[in-house]
Design a protein around this ligand. Sequence first.
Ligand SMILES: Cc1cc2nc3c(=O)[nH]c(=O)nc-3n(C[C@H](O)[C@H](O)[C@H](O)COP(=O)(O)OP(=O)(O)OC[C@H]3O[C@@H](n4cnc5c(N)ncnc54)[C@H](O)[C@@H]3O)c2cc1C
Length: 401
Amino acid sequence: MTHVIVVGAGQAGAALSARLRQQGFEGQITLIGEEPVAPYQRPPLSKKYLTGELPIDRLYLRPASFYADQNITLMTGCRVERIDRAARRVITPRGPLAYDALVLATGGRARRLPQALGGGLDGVYTVRTLADVDAMAPEFVAGRHLFIVGGGYIGLEAAAVARQRGLTVTVLDASSRILNRVASAQTADYIRAQHLAHGVEIIEGETLDHLTGVSRVDGALLSNGRQIPADFAIVGIGLAPATELAEAAGLDVADGITVDALCRTSDPAIYAVGDCASFPHGAGHLRLESVPNAIAMAEAAADAILGHGTPYRPNPWFWSDQYDMSLQIAGLSTGYDRVVSRDSDRGKSFWYFAGARLLAVDAVNDPRAYMLGKRWLEAGLSPNPAHVADASRELKSLGTS
Ligand SMILES: Cc1cc2nc3c(=O)[nH]c(=O)nc-3n(C[C@H](O)[C@H](O)[C@H](O)COP(=O)(O)OP(=O)(O)OC[C@H]3O[C@@H](n4cnc5c(N)ncnc54)[C@H](O)[C@@H]3O)c2cc1C
């Protein structure tokens, strides 16, 4: 193995390149990214970078000197156009590059509103890249009205920032409630209450007819006929995994680029990691959109490339910050049949069970509940749900089975 090419200079691509060097790989590493900047962290884009608390230099994952020091060739502002699998080359605007192993770490793109619904109007933004957030930042002026389409984590984080900065905010979610795809009704109720207390208007179970305006957005018309004026809009309706290179190259793609337990695509010389990749999980496949998954999967793939891989089995976790709420999530709640909530001094936690088996925990301002829940999940242990609900019992004294 002499040359590893990584397409996508984001969280996963950067982690994979660093891991190869940490593990003693002495061959050539080329990290190619479409964005014009070195790899950076995305989570602050809808949090402290948007509030202005985190300066841009703190966004970068590594100091500028890191790539040269590690002998990693970083090519920014370079979009890989095609994979020539037969010749083991990628085609870029700067010419073809030959690989021994290729890694697709292409992440995904924010889903946009169709043009017919006003998605192409000026003043309508998505939140995926640094460029997206730099473009919308001047719109965050106190007294203006922000209309947000989508009550997922990114939409709600943007709502919290906007309220903190004195804007009027309306959030529209077409499903019956916010966070419908990712959290229980109990967690959503708690988070909704915080937003309402901060003066956000949340509209659930209503659809958007279209965003109004001639060249620039000036409001939203809902399907029930209600008109809402707005100075600008954010669309937070999810991510489309970037699979186009893989598809065009004839690799297996379903929801994301399909990989095996060693992160290999249907071509064993090509790996896929992070938000774009769908890995074996239980009886099926799973695609996760989170920093911990991007890093852990990248490291698993690097080890596999170097010939000492082990099957990738993540312990999922995630976080979201809104106002003074720090939400930490461990596990995957899919398939739960009951949620037990538990109050603590400073926060609250929500425990997801399938029968007696613990699946996940959402902890708001309760790092102890998060840590214990995470530890139990990783060990395959479950506390008694009735005991969890009883706040008079110390969590750490609870027995598990
Ligand atoms: C606003 C926001 C807030 C978030 N908050 C959290 C959070 O609180 N906690 C959490 O765990 N996760 C959070 N996430 C998710 C997390 O950032 C992603 O899961 C993570 O960045 C995925 O890393 P990745 O490397 O797979 O993809 P990305 O970081 O998206 O990197 C992929 C890169 O590949 C590039 N690329 C794509 N195609 C090509 C091509 N053909 N040629 C060259 N380059 C290409 C893209 O331009 C991009 O730079 C958040 C994401 C966003 C956008």
